[in-house]
Design a protein around this ligand. Structure first.
Ligand SMILES: [Zn+2]
Length: 83
């Protein structure tokens, strides 16, 4: 990891933590899951109803991309597209 990448990844992780803390403090739903890339824990915003939120995500721990499907009660995440 280059000296240029590391501070930016650390900043992204801190910004993510601040953002999700603010999201939860406002009473909205959040779910934790194990990142498929590095198996570290990530918290994500989650819908509070029957919706599914799907998106490509940059892991705030290692910087890899993964795909996630988030519902009110669960998160499925993997590298590549979920079928
Ligand atoms: Zn990761």
């Amino acid at each position: 990891m280059s000296a240029q990448t590391k501070p930016s990844l650390e900043r992204m992780r801190l910004e993510h933590e601040a953002w999700i803390a603010n999201w939860k403090a406002s009473g909205r739903n959040a779910r934790g899951y194990s990142a498929p890339c590095c198996h570290r824990r990530i918290e994500t915003a989650a819908p509070s109803n029957g919706e599914t939120w799907d998106s490509f995500v940059t892991c705030p721990h290692c910087g890899s991309l993964h795909f996630k499907f988030v519902t009110a009660k669960s998160v499925r995440a993997r590298i590549g597209v979920i079928k």
